[in-house]
Design a protein around this ligand. Structure first.
Ligand code: TRP
Length: 342
């Protein structure tokens, strides 16, 4: 039912296909996508071209994870009957728009983008930054605008990319004199970033501190056992610290029984709750969430053709939309209009 309070939006979101999705993605955006797909027109992009920007040495991996991440999507409940799942490299308009948009952004602005700065640091590129990597905000702006998306559910690390997208949108709209492209809003989950099990940084595909959606019960238990708590909380009777305690951060993200968690925190602070009690509870909650996802995924993985079909159907639909936007935009700019015929 669409009303003024809840108008239908176009959603575009996606993931680089560089590794298996994990619990960080689940709380960060997958959960949102599953909920939002019922009220909005949702497109989910398998960003294999963007994945190449920091993985040019391993294109085979990128390709393999297109199907793996698609399986993750389907397993968590992104429904291809109401969401469109598509592959970035199957949509040439995105590449063409990227090249166009690069003229509407400066190198200095790309270098100032906080996400890019952090990621350059994290990847240790030093001075050897692939140009494609530095420029990926322009490519992401192409992704978002080609679908005329107004809502982008992403983790908080992506907010500066959306901001830069909107700058490009404003420049293009000013240039064409038409409000052809809408600005987009990042939808960031309240829970913030999920830390890795060691509590050091955000959970990451590459750091070995992640719990993948495919984790078995034993793997979940092992990961929770390793989780960082309060190093000064040695005996159950000692007062413990809740802030920065990874187990509590995870309980906040995954345990729906808010009252019980509030009371556990209170008792933990005073002394009297052992870490094992918390970890037991968390392992149980995570196993309950991941078991059905794992089972659905295993079932789907047996039928690759079914998955390929979904990607083809979705990409065909997405191609039409993205080609249209490209055409509109080039026409509005008044360039590249030579008809070559068949
Ligand atoms: N940059 C995103 C990530 O690293 C992936 C992505 C590509 C994306 N295109 C997008 C996210 C468009 C949102 C919208 O996870």
């Amino acid at each position: 039912m669409s009303s003024n309070k809840n108008p239908r939006s176009i959603i575009l979101t996606g993931d680089r296909t560089t590794g298996a999705l994990h619990l960080g993605h689940y709380v960060g955006s997958l959960r949102n996508r599953v909920a939002l797909q019922h009220q909005h027109d949702q497109y989910v992009l398998l960003a294999d071209s963007q994945a190449l920007t920091d993985n040019a040495h391993d294109p085979k991996k990128i390709h393999r994870y297109v199907v793996e991440v698609a399986l993750d999507y389907l397993a968590v409940g992104i429904d291809p009957a109401i969401s469109t799942i598509c592959v970035q490299s199957a949509l040439p308009a995105l590449a063409e728009l990227t090249v166009l948009y690069l003229n509407f952004v400066t190198v200095a602005r790309l270098e100032r983008n906080p996400t890019i700065k952090d990621e350059i640091q994290a990847r240790g590129f030093g001075r050897d930054i692939p140009a494609g990597f530095l420029c990926y905000p322009a490519s992401q702006a192409a992704d978002i605008t080609a679908f005329k998306a107004t809502l982008v559910p992403v983790g908080d690390d992506q907010a500066p990319i959306i901001e830069q997208t909107n700058e490009i949108v404003r420049r293009l709209n000013r240039q064409t004199g038409k409000a052809l492209l809408p600005e987009a809003r990042a939808l960031i989950p309240a829970i913030g970033r999920l830390p890795g099990v060691d509590g050091k940084a955000k959970m990451s595909k590459s750091q070995g501190d992640a719990i993948p959606l495919t984790a078995s019960d034993a793997e979940i238990e092992a990961a929770v056992r390793r989780m960082y708590t309060d190093p000064n909380h040695l005996r159950a009777s000692d007062p413990g610290q809740v802030e920065g305690n990874v187990v509590f951060l995870y309980l906040d993200a995954f345990d729906d029984d808010r009252d019980e968690i509030a009371s556990l925190k209170e008792r933990y602070r005073q002394g009297g709750v052992g870490d094992m009690v918390l970890k037991h509870r968390l392992a149980f909650v995570l196993k309950t969430i991941l078991a059905p996802i794992r089972e659905r995924r295993a079932l789907l993985a047996r039928d690759r053709n079914f998955v390929m079909d979904i990607l083809q159907t979705g990409s065909r639909k997405a191609r039409e939309i993205t080609e249209n936007t490209k055409k509109e935009l080039l026409e509005a700019l008044g360039i590249f209009r030579i008809e070559l015929g068949p």
